[in-house]
Design a protein around this ligand. Sequence first.
Ligand code: ATP
Ligand code: MG
Length: 504
Amino acid sequence: MNKPPYLMTARGIVKSYGPTSVLKGFDLSVAAGEVHAFLGGNGAGKSTFIKIISGQIDRDSGSLEFAPNSASSSAADASDENTIAVVNQELALLPHLTVAENIALPRSRRGYGLFNASEARRIAVDALSLIDPTFAQASVDRLVADLSLHERQLVEIARALDSGASLLLLDEPTANLTAGETERLFTVIRRLTVDKGLAVLFVSHRMREIRQIADVCTIIRNGQTTIDRVALTSITDAEIVEQMGQAALGPAAEPRAQRRPRTSGDGIDAGKPNDLRVQTDGIDLEIASGTILGLAGPPDGPEALMDALIGVSRAGKWSIARNGTAVSYRRPSTAARDGVGFVSGDRANKGILANLPIVDNLAASARIVGRKRAVRREEVAQGSDLLDALSIRAGSLWDLPATLSGGTQQKLLIARWLRLKPTVLVLEEPTRGVDIRTKQEIYALIREMAAQGAIIVWWSTEYLELVELCDTVLAFDPDGHPTSVLRGDSISEAGLAHATGMAA
Ligand SMILES: Nc1ncnc2c1ncn2[C@@H]1O[C@H](COP(=O)(O)OP(=O)(O)OP(=O)(O)O)[C@@H](O)[C@H]1O
Ligand SMILES: [Mg+2]
């Protein structure tokens, strides 16, 4: 694998945020034509490094070298520089422009005034068609503000893939994609690396994906390189996890069979019934206290049901009953006071309160449920407990959430509900961007809440996670229609792929 010169070589990179020392002499080099997995736990410094090499933030010291671009021979693009395209972990589209404008504008050398709209449309459709031709036609004229998180992710990836850059930096690009979209993305990446010598630096916490797509890996731990350009064929999962500092998690998850039967527990208002019934055309599902219900499939179907459960939109085609009584929440605060908790998958737009300190972010749900304004002293103590409970490393409770890494912000959203013991907890991709160890911690927390009688409704695009965790799974097809209910040991990855219309 060692055949310098590399396309990009970073040596001895140092970066601190105030007193927080993140990169302490970090090295990484990327060769043309390779997919390079960049691995490390939450808060290790991956996004920080990506922002440094793409020029979004400055490094304190260290050297960064790019090889001269041998591919640019024509006079038109006779730059000596290799170009870089980046898809950041927290997406960065301009919400008030259309999809076409967002994709084409960065390429326009003429400024917005001379911008050619039909040309932009063509560029955007071509770019989006790399991943999904149907989505390309349907979305090109829409405003980015009206797109879901998942759709925005597709737009950003398409923009980067089609940019002609020689180095592509993808910071957890698959965290918001369905299995089918991830597959298509990988196909495009393979083609561009082989045909055009594109180099890809790829961040993901999903081990299986890393093995599917990457050739080599570099691992960061404590601000330094612990594994430097090692071929993925010569390192095991266990070694990777250990090198990331995530080993020794105690006993593996209990097999499903040993977890059941779960009876209505003592944690949540002992003795009170807690059941949920959801009905629509062809589906009538009664969900008992203590059940972990998975929702599988592309976003439309699961989102409509979750929105109805948490009072974001009227129930629409769903009828919902709790403890035998029909309910229709008009707003999320009503649902929250009725014991329905919700963790949004779109943390940047719907979860994190970016302008308020961590302590307020932690107390947000409790304030809504208890109709409270700030009760500072109590909240500070509880806030510290919650940080401990999920091993959230924060400078101080008074720092802003932006000072936390992506995965750590995700933990914050879950921590909000821990003390409140919701009777129904609706989770939208709660482990998005979360590292392997933290995932296990979150699974344990969810199982514990279920064991105490809570009903958990969990949407995930990662089938493995649903298989591992759920008692029952409701599967949806790509048009958003529920197709089937899988239970117990009949929940398998192949079964889910089939039920969601994603089978290969
Ligand atoms: N703007 C900032 N101000 C202060 N600290 C920051 C800032 N941005 C990041 N940090 C800190 O730098 C460290 C590295 O964060 P970074 O986002 O690079 O981690 P990461 O490896 O991308 O993690 P994740 O897998 O969760 O995305 C963390 O401790 C984080 O809290
Ligand atoms: Mg990150």
